[in-house]
Write a protein that binds this ligand. Structure first.
Ligand code: GAR
Length: 206
């Protein structure tokens, strides 16, 4: 049983997909809490409606980024978890937090990393003219979307795509990929040596 804490800044559709996978019995785990840096995050409202503890940690009340991350780490440690799952969490995490937590931290990104890191991945993919983009689940390190890649799903870019259409097509795959990767993690199937991540019994792409 994987004890998950989700960090989210916004809409929370990946959070909802993970919770749905748990409820359907596809992911042997539980979401112990949802934490956001944004008071108005829909993800917090979703958690509250599901009876999952929902916590706002206000970056503005803390003493800079380090102070905020220390508060965040304290909150995470008090709750207890096996992993942190970033689902539309739009702040980077520093090394003190990552080392201090000491357990897997996962993120999902709406592009085939290392292409198009950052906050405008779908727009950047369209502007570049790639024929395929997709989504990536990776371990979090100190860089911007640079951690070891666990799994990716390619998604075609169509000639008449705009940002909205491409975003929606990728998001549908994100929802499947994140739940799948977390079920691998729950089953102890993921191992990591340096940058190379392997999934026993196959995996890495859907
Ligand atoms: C998702 O597309 C996720 O991949 C992206 O934010 C969206 C959150 O949606 N994350 C990043 O761009 C991180 N660099 P959601 O709140 O509906 O899950």
């Amino acid at each position: 049983m994987l004890n998950i804490i989700v960090l989210a800044s916004g809409r929370g559709s990946n959070l909802a997909a993970i919770q749905e996978a748990i409820e359907k019995g596809e992911l042997p785990g539980q979401i112990r809490a949802v934490i956001s840096n944004k008071k108005e995050a829909v993800a917090l409202a979703f958690a509250a409606a599901k009876g999952i503890p929902a916590l706002w940690v206000n970056p503005k009340e803390a003493d800079g980024r380090l102070g905020y991350e220390r508060r965040l780490l304290k909150a995470v440690e008090e709750i207890g978890s096996d992993c942190l799952v970033l689902a539309g969490y739009m702040l980077m995490l520093g090394s003190e937090f990552i080392q201090g937590y000491g357990k897997p931290i996962l993120n999902i990104h709406p592009a085939l990393l290392p292409a198009f890191p950052g906050g405008a991945a779908q727009k950047d993919a369209l502007a570049y003219g790639v024929k395929y983009s997709g989504c990536t689940v990776h371990f979090v390190d100190e860089g911007m979307d640079t951690g070891p890649i666990i799994a990716q799903t390619p998604v075609p870019v169509l000639d008449d795509d705009d940002e909205e259409a491409l975003t929606a097509r990728i998001l549908a795959e994100e929802h499947k990929l994140y739940a799948k990767v977390l079920s691998w993690l729950a089953q102890g199937k993921i191992s990591r040596q340096g940058r190379k991540v392997t999934v026993s019994g196959g995996g890495s792409s859907l």
